[in-house]
Design a binder for this molecule. Structure first.
Ligand SMILES: Nc1ncnc2c1ncn2[C@@H]1O[C@H](COP(=O)(O)OP(=O)(O)OP(=O)(O)O)[C@@H](O)[C@H]1O
Ligand SMILES: Cc1ncc(C[n+]2csc(CCOP(=O)(O)O)c2C)c(N)n1
Ligand SMILES: [Mg+2]
Length: 285
């Protein structure tokens, strides 16, 4: 395997049947060229997936690792109420990564990219000791309509999508489903929104800090099969949406009410009246 032959293969694996709208030039030049539409805001996000930090080689296939690496960025776009459009994929390959493994990674990227009309428009390859994948995703929203973390107001109702603790209960070996459709439905409805990557306790704290409010969790939490309360609150990697809606506003059926935004020390979170520490997954701990 050398750089030229691998990039030629990647180019073949990444070429869609029809180019995504706005792509003037995809893989093959120093930069990709994108022509933005009028009246849209662009969204940019980047996330790593690193061997033995986010997955272990022995327990996860290349296809699942590729899926998850792209899903993390798509989930960020979902949290902003956006459409995911393009991705850049940088691979630092470990000595054990053979041609067929890289092909499997692209199968994983492509399975998920195909579901959401996302085109891989570039990237980089290099080598290192442990496989590291960085995926940049670019998305868009109608101008001024992106959902943000900083708009929650006292009196708003807190909701989460899906079931919490799913990834932790499965040993972090599942394929997360980015909630892009739900995110778009929440545009113009939710006062704040973010995706749950580090666990509800930590991520609700972050949303409350950005919004300058406190949060009270009161309702029963929607938990995944076999998930403990510890998994649901602190497990992380659920990639569900956490959002707030003004009182009285009807919530889409994918959402479950879990609490209320209140006035108080910014970032303080309580569960059934008890203070909840902002503990969860911390990559640097
Ligand atoms: N190295 C960095 N340089 C510049 N900005 C960064 C860097 N790392 C993180 N950020 C920014 O800090 C903010 C919070 O990032 P963080 O990664 O904690 O959130 P997140 O992406 O929602 O969570 P997660 O990565 O756990 O899914 C984002 O705006 C992110 O772009
Ligand atoms: C081998 C292995 N050990 C632990 C975990 C759990 N884990 C890793 S990163 C993360 C949060 C999101 O990451 P980030 O904060 O980098 O966005 C979680 C919950 C895993 N997936 N694989
Ligand atoms: Mg991040």
């Amino acid at each position: 395997m050398n750089e030229l032959s691998l990039i030629a293969a990647i180019r073949k694996w990444s070429t869609p049947k029809t180019a995504a709208p706005g792509v003037v030039k995809g893989i093959g030049d120093d930069c990709a060229i994108i022509r933005p539409r009028a009246n849209e805001d662009l969204l940019f996000t980047t996330d790593f997936v690193i061997e033995d930090v986010h997955f272990t080689r022995a327990t996860q296939t290349g296809i699942d690792t590729g899926w998850k690496a792209l899903a993390r960025g798509l989930s960020d776009i979902a949290a902003m109420g956006g459409d995911a459009r393009y991705a850049l994929v940088s691979l630092a390959l470990a000595p054990w990564c053979c041609h067929n493994y890289v092909r499997d990674l692209y199968q994983g990227f492509n399975k998920l990219a195909g579901l959401h009309c996302v085109q891989i428009i570039g990237g980089d390859v290099s080598k290192t000791e442990k496989l590291s994948i960085d995926v940049i995703v670019i998305g868009s929203t109608p101008r001024g309509k992106a959902l943000r973390r900083d708009g929650a107001k006292p009196g708003d109702v807190i909701y989460v999508s899906g079931a919490l603790g799913r990834a932790a209960a499965k040993g972090y070996k599942d394929r997360p489903i980015p909630r892009l459709e739900l995110g778009r439905k929440l545009r113009g409805k939710a006062t704040s929104c973010m995706d749950l990557s580090d666990g509800l306790a930590m991520d609700l704290h972050r949303l409350a800090v950005e919004s300058g409010v406190a949060a009270e969790l009161d309702g029963p939490l929607p938990s995944a099969p076999k998930a403990t309360l510890e998994h649901a609150l602190f497990g992380g990697e659920d990639y569900e949406l956490l959002c707030t809606l003004p009182p009285g506003r009807r919530a889409p059926r994918e959402l479950t009410r879990v609490g209320l935004i209140v006035e108080g020390k910014p970032g303080r979170v309580t569960l059934a009246g008890e203070s909840l520490q902002p503990r969860g997954w911390d990559p640097l701990a």
